[in-house]
Design a protein around this ligand. Structure first.
Ligand SMILES: O=c1ccn([C@H]2C[C@H](O)[C@@H](CO)O2)c(=O)[nH]1
Ligand SMILES: [Zn+2]
Length: 159
């Protein structure tokens, strides 16, 4: 018997002003996307911003539905939009931010399991890892490689 441990690399920042200019701009984009969320059932608004290697910024917000499971998270709205419009272009960086009422939430919000699966697929599609910034009022966590959020994942190499 042998025990092993899987760890992930995170970078912590205290404030948005500590981020690179490019990342700060993405936070702004994600925040304005969050304000446009359609979240009449949860009132929990999420915004995602994806910077592509060609400089395009793609945003998405959660889109709920009266038939609850038919809604979609902000992350997947953004990543599917990026994949459908720019299938050949890799993702450079992704940012997620959430809003309750009109205010950015204090604690960071991490993507749900289904979104982690799509993030993992995206890094395979792009043949490249990318960082994911989780932004809250109390601080920011940068997941250096977004697909680390899904250890022991099921991906294209399994098929
Ligand atoms: O990472 C997350 C977590 C939740 N949501 C959405 C789904 C639903 O509309 C609302 C409450 O779960 O927030 C996202 O968009 N992304
Ligand atoms: Zn999700």
């Amino acid at each position: 018997m042998r025990k092993t441990h899987i760890g992930i690399e995170l970078t912590n920042y205290d404030a948005i002003k500590d981020l690179k200019e490019e990342e700060q701009q993405l936070v702004e984009s994600a925040l304005s996307a969050a304000h446009k969320a359609y979240a009449p059932y949860s009132q929990f608004k999420v915004g995602a911003a994806v910077l592509l290697e060609n400089g395009e910024i793609i945003t998405g917000s959660n889109q709920e539905n009266a038939a609850y499971p038919s809604g979609l998270c902000a992350e997947r709205v953004a990543l599917f939009w990026a994949g459908s419009q720019f299938p050949e272009v890799a993702v450079k960086t992704m940012v997620i931010v959430s809003v309750k009422g009109t205010e950015m939430v204090s604690r960071i919000v991490a993507p749900c399991g289904a979104c982690r699966q799509v993030i993992n697929e995206t890094s395979h599609r792009c043949k490249k890892n990318f960082p994911l910034l989780l932004v809250g009022k109390d601080g920011i966590i940068k997941v250096d490689n977004a697909n680390d959020l899904l250890p022991l994942s099921f991906g294209p190499n399994e098929l």
